[in-house]
Design a protein around this ligand. Structure first.
Ligand code: ZN
Ligand code: ZN
Length: 277
């Protein structure tokens, strides 16, 4: 991830890349580790009704594989960040320090960046599900059928690069402040971790609130991992709804994972049905 320190640094690009990668990896694993300990260990009993049902038990081998894949993803993310710094130094980007931006301009720009990020992700994600590409690239991520926070950045190297590269065309083409670009990357990271949390922590009323119900959720992305053929969006639902790729079970599964219906899934007529996962 690029930030103002990266842009104002006078280090050589290689040195900048190495220090940035080490800092990112340390921050990422401390953050994800704390989330994992908190949700999966300390609060596991309290949140038991919100646990997304699993199909397979997983343990250290899966998490070890995910950590190694994550290191590659972070490395490739650093390549994108260093590429942005190189382009900035060459005077080719439209990045600024945002000093003359009003808060509402920054907020609008942040929403626009998130929509672009989601669009970038949705279409790459659909492409990577093409049978000819899936087994070579995206299958690495889908080896984790039951997800946990360490799955968030567990990708093949090529996908790790794609995931971080969305910021390059933005930096080249769209006038924006570095702070907004950073904020979009932080929101993207948090959303990725929430999507792979393995617990549905959003309240039941979430789906009844316009705008909020456009967002994805842990249930949304977990369904993608268990069923493969839908729910391709990561931040929002609108591309899936527009393209007819949203899994039809989603809203019922979401409600079931709030604890109230966790042990009793029912169809619209009130008949008990088997859990889909
Ligand atoms: Zn996928
Ligand atoms: Zn995933």
């Amino acid at each position: 991830m690029a930030n103002m320190d990266l842009l104002s640094s006078d280090l050589g690009l290689l040195q900048l890349g190495v220090t940035s990668f080490l800092a990112q990896a340390a921050n990422y694993f401390v953050f994800v580790g704390v989330i994992f300990l908190l949700v999966w260990k300390l609060l596991a009993k309290t949140l038991a009704g919100r646990r997304i049902p699993t199909r397979f038990d997983f343990g250290l081998p899966q998490v070890t594989r995910e950590v190694l894949n994550t290191l590659l993803t972070l490395l490739l993310g650093t390549v994108s960040a260093v590429a942005i710094v190189a382009l900035y130094r060459a005077g080719l980007t439209k990045l600024s320090n945002g000093a003359d931006w009003a808060w509402w301009q920054s907020a609008l720009a942040l929403v626009a960046l998130l929509v672009f990020n989601d669009t970038w992700f949705y279409w790459w994600h659909r492409l990577l599900h093409h049978p000819k590409l899936f087994k070579h690239v995206h299958a690495v991520h889908h080896r984790s059928v039951d997800v946990n926070p360490f799955t968030s950045y567990s990708f093949h190297a090529a996908e790790g690069f794609i995931l971080g590269a969305w910021a390059i065309p933005m930096a080249l083409l769209v006038p924006m402040s570095m702070q907004v670009l950073m904020a979009a990357q932080v929101v993207g990271l948090l959303n990725n971790i929430v999507s792979h949390l393995g617990y549905e922590l959003l309240p039941r009323w979430w789906l009844r609130v316009p705008l909020l119900n456009w967002s994805s959720s842990a249930s949304y992305h977990s369904l993608h991992h268990s069923q493969f053929n839908g729910n391709y969006g990561l931040l929002f639902r609108f591309w899936d709804r527009l393209m007819g790729t949203e899994l039809k079970d989603y809203e019922r599964v979401f409600r079931a994972e709030q604890g109230v219906e966790a042990t009793r899934a029912v169809d619209p007529a009130g008949r008990e049905v088997p859990r889909p996962l």
